[in-house]
Design a protein around this ligand. Structure first.
Ligand SMILES: Nc1ncnc2c1ncn2[C@@H]1O[C@H](COP(=O)(O)OP(=O)(O)O)[C@@H](O)[C@H]1O
Ligand SMILES: [Mg+2]
Length: 242
């Protein structure tokens, strides 16, 4: 067995009150290996987003987390803010639940992609532009040149999600956390986005944590499922992805 990429031990996430802490995630252990696709399922409000945000130390200010979070052996709960900032993106990248709000409103799609690509590696501007268009093409975005000149408010929900995925891929993460990447989209668009996620994962080989309240939607795409219920995780194994 190879070393897990991410190993979470005794993770608790909750909200502090005057008289104590209300724990939403009450102590969970799990691992994600290199190139593995794992689903995180559970009903709305069960704490899936909080769990995901805690992996990046991006919890709301009134939230607290305890436990250990080993990424390739380093406990992310113990590294400096500066190291954590560098680690976001290249180590773990997140596609947030509310995609349109996560995009910069007054920068074009092309600008945002080029900036992300150049943050990751030094690129001449012509090369960054070509790489941005290539990503849009990979995500089957029609007329990529025109889309690169668009602002987020000019895009449909499905197109926003493709752009979010393009931005995530531009980071070349080792682990991509996709929080409800298809919520609010039409069923046919949902299937397209999930297919693109899977193809991207197979092409690039990152690990994927795919979060959804809809277990049936994500289980076909992943190797195994973790279910969050009453603050605890249970694992559901199954014979290989379809
Ligand atoms: N900033 C916050 N302050 C207080 N409670 C919160 C906050 N964010 C989330 N919660 C509560 O934490 C619980 C889990 O939320 P969340 O992680 O968003 O669930 P899920 O993603 O599974 O739908 C919910 O009961 C929610 O109301
Ligand atoms: Mg959520």
């Amino acid at each position: 067995m190879t070393e897990p990429l991410l190993s979470v031990r005794g993770l608790k996430v909750g909200f502090r009150h005057r008289r104590g802490t209300d724990w939403v995630v009450r102590g969970v252990d799990f691992e994600i290996r290199a190139a593995e696709r794992v689903a995180l399922v559970g009903r709305s409000g069960s704490g899936k987003s909080l769990l995901a945000l805690s992996l990046l130390r991006l919890l709301p200010l009134n939230a607290v987390a305890e436990g250990a979070l080993f990424f390739q052996g380093t406990d992310l709960h113990r590294v400096s803010h500066r190291r954590m900032a560098l680690f976001r993106g290249s180590g773990i990248t997140m596609m947030f639940q509310d995609a349109p709000a996560a995009l910069h409103p007054v920068r074009t799609v092309g600008e945002q992609l080029e900036e992300t690509l150049r943050f990751r590696q030094p690129l001449a501007s012509a090369n960054a532009r070509a790489a941005a268009l290539e990503l849009l093409r990979q995500l089957e975005i029609p007329d990529p040149e025109a889309r690169a000149r668009s602002y987020p408010h000019q895009l449909s929900g499905g197109m926003c999600q493709r752009v979010m995925l393009a931005l995530a891929l531009a980071c070349r993460p080792q682990l991509l956390v996709a929080d409800e990447p298809t919520s609010g989209l039409d069923p046919t668009i949902q299937i397209q986005i999930l297919k693109l996620l899977r193809e991207s994962q197979e092409r690039s080989g990152f690990s994927l944590l795919l979060i959804s309240h809809d277990r049936r939607l994500v289980e076909r795409l992943t190797h195994r499922s973790l279910r969050l219920e009453e603050g605890y995780l249970t694992e559901e194994s199954r014979p290989g992805p379809g």
